[in-house]
Write a protein that binds this ligand. Structure first.
Ligand SMILES: Cc1cc2nc3c(=O)[nH]c(=O)nc-3n(C[C@H](O)[C@H](O)[C@H](O)COP(=O)(O)OP(=O)(O)OC[C@H]3O[C@@H](n4cnc5c(N)ncnc54)[C@H](O)[C@@H]3O)c2cc1C
Length: 539
């Protein structure tokens, strides 16, 4: 058995959340070890190397706000940076803030157990850490789902998963490529692969809404203009519902005249990207308002796709716009006008099996393929949180505790799991927001809590059961006031069979959520039970 290493805090994961936690909490005087399963830093940007992968929140906003010097030095090349550039940024942050010395790569955490002395964290290679605090920075989209297609072992060609794409260049030149899945990954990948491949067959079960990225290079003048007012931009992001810097129109979509609505949607279409849902405040609240937005987007698809029958098949229907995470694309629908791109509607004719030559669908068609790329998504929100065995105060595991869905207080802590914190996970704005902003919001709040504990000689903290129950009920009540529960979506836990159907992120927005975090602090960390240190008890 290897000797345990002692630190104040173990952070699990070296994505943007883990890196920010390391930097900030180490600066506050804690010894921190970051344990990362992968062979590099950057989280999703390390793993998702598929062609076309890029952010869907603008680069200037999808970046750290904690260092003005970093903001000023870093030069984004495009409005929506591509994966290699975002990964370079994460690596630059590691170097610039001397983070590497506390990051341990190839260290997948398999268990974390609490006892009176703190936490014991064990990795796949049987390395052990003892720590007072554990921070789960394991991400929301970090547990890829294995494709569920019989006969895949028999397939004679190449197979890739978007979230485990090889580091080496993959060539599609002249090949027949099947892309399975039309969420963000499939939509980003299709036009780029089509440029190179002999033929691309897109296997679609559920068409999704997508807003054009209107991506473009950033000129020196634009860069200078953003950097001259970056603080204001950050403040606007922090004070906006989604962390994107703009507010929804106060008017109802139903009260606008058709001409006004068209103009508003048109402006949102070319500038808002992921934030199109904010074109009117009630798009996610009112089905009739939502229908207007959905009709607008379907009309756009009709305009973009030359073949009307194909356009019809690509149009999302049956769920409100925005209630499944919409994509932000660069030429997805237009790609279907190419001779070398075709659609396979697997709702009409489901996939039966893979055979050595390709994929067979229920209409007995063999779709001959040289390459299959799985864009089949993730076990979202809870996949990576529940993969390790996390055992709390009374021997209860997090898996047991969350068997009916995530139970947290403010998304940050779990009753029965003292001194364990979760960053940007379920119960917080998370994937309903600019996640990088939400990560920083969490880390700053946590740093202040730890400072408070230090000053007050508090040994351990955990949410009260009552506060947790109230928060879970509040998260549900807020979601029930929206259209989100109507969709079959990963927000509701519909991504994995057998997963409890619970709406997971917090719909209250980053601004509203921040107010609740501030209220909690103003109330002396209301809802958190604190245990004094032995010396504080004796005094
Ligand atoms: C392709 C893609 C594009 C995205 N684009 C955007 C965007 O434009 N805007 C936006 O707001 N959000 C976006 N997201 C969401 C994204 O999840 C967040 O923006 C953000 O990167 C999450 O950072 P994180 O550090 O919380 O998690 P991650 O980046 O997922 O990092 C978590 C890390 O934890 C590690 N880990 C997990 N389990 C263990 C374990 N047991 N032991 C050790 N290590 C472990 C993983 O290997 C991973 O490196 C995107 C996600 C994907 C997949």
């Amino acid at each position: 058995m290897k000797t345990a290493q002692n630190v104040d805090m173990v952070v699990v994961g070296a994505g943007f959340a883990g890196l920010r936690a390391l930097h900030t909490l180490r600066e506050r005087g804690l010894s921190v070890a970051v344990l990362e399963a992968g062979g590099g830093v950057g989280g999703v940007w390390y793993w998702n190397r598929y062609p076309g992968c890029r952010c869907d929140v603008e680069s200037y906003d999808y970046s750290y706000a904690f260092s003005e010097a970093l903001e000023q030095e870093w030069r984004w090349s495009e409005r929506y940076a591509a994966q290699p550039e975002i990964l370079r940024y994460a690596e630059h942050v590691v170097e610039r803030f001397d983070l590497a010395r506390d990051i341990h790569l190839h260290q997948r955490v398999v268990s974390a157990s609490h006892d009176d002395g703190g936490w014991t964290v064990t990795t796949e290679s049987a390395d052990t850490w003892r720590a007072r605090f554990v921070v789960m920075a394991v991400g929301q989209l970090s547990a890829p789902k294995a494709p569920d297609i019989p006969g895949l072992d028999a397939f004679a060609g190449e197979m890739y998963h978007g979230a485990r794409f090889p580091h080496e260049a993959v060539t599609f030149a002249g090949k027949r490529v099947g892309i399975i899945g039309t969420g963000s990954t499939g939509m980003q990948m299709t036009p780029v692969v089509a440029e190179e491949a002999g033929h691309v067959a897109v296997f679609q079960r559920t068409p999704n809404f997508s807003i054009p990225a209107c991506n473009a290079p950033i000129s020196d003048d634009e860069d200078a203009a953003v950097k001259a007012t970056y603080r204001e931009r950050r403040q606007a992001a922090q004070n906006s519902p989604s962390g994107l810097g703009f507010m929804p129109t106060k008017q109802s979509a139903l009260d606008a005249t058709p001409a006004e609505r068209e103009a508003t949607f048109e402006r949102a279409w070319t500038t808002f990207g992921f934030g199109f849902t904010l074109a009117y405040y009630d798009l996610i609240l009112d089905q009739a308002a939502n229908d207007l937005a959905a009709d607008f987007i379907r009309a756009k698809i009709r305009e973009k796709v030359e073949d009307p029958l194909l356009a019809e098949k690509l149009m999302p229907r049956g769920f409100p716009y925005g209630t499944k995470r919409p994509s932000v694309d660069c030429g997805y629908f237009e790609a279907f006008n190419r001779d070398n791109v075709s659609l396979v509607d697997i709702r009409e004719h489901p996939i039966v099996e893979a055979v050595p030559q390709g994929i067979v669908t229920a209409d007995s068609q063999l779709h001959a393929l040289d390459v299959i790329v799985f864009a089949t998504g993730f076990d979202v929100f809870t996949g990576s949180l529940l993969a390790p065995t996390i055992t709390g105060r009374d021997g209860q595991t997090l898996r047991e505790k969350w068997s009916q869905g995530p139970q947290t207080y403010l998304g940050l802590g779990v009753h029965g799991f003292p001194n364990l914190f979760i960053l940007a996970g379920p119960g917080s704005p998370s994937l309903l927001s600019n996640v990088l902003l939400s990560i920083e919001q969490h880390v700053d709040w946590l740093a202040d809590l730890l400072g408070y504990m230090h000053a007050g000689r508090i040994a351990s903290v955990e949410p009260t059961l009552e506060a947790e129950r109230e928060w879970v009920a509040h998260v549900k009540a807020r979601a029930d006031g929206t259209l989100y529960p109507k969709a079959i979506s990963y927000y509701n836990g519909d991504d994995v069979p057998g997963k409890p159907r619970v709406f997971m992120p917090y719909v209250g927005g980053v601004r509203g959520y921040r107010r609740l975090l501030e209220e909690c602090v103003a109330g002396g960390y209301a809802g958190w039970a604190m245990q004094p240190t032995a010396t504080a008890k004796a005094a």
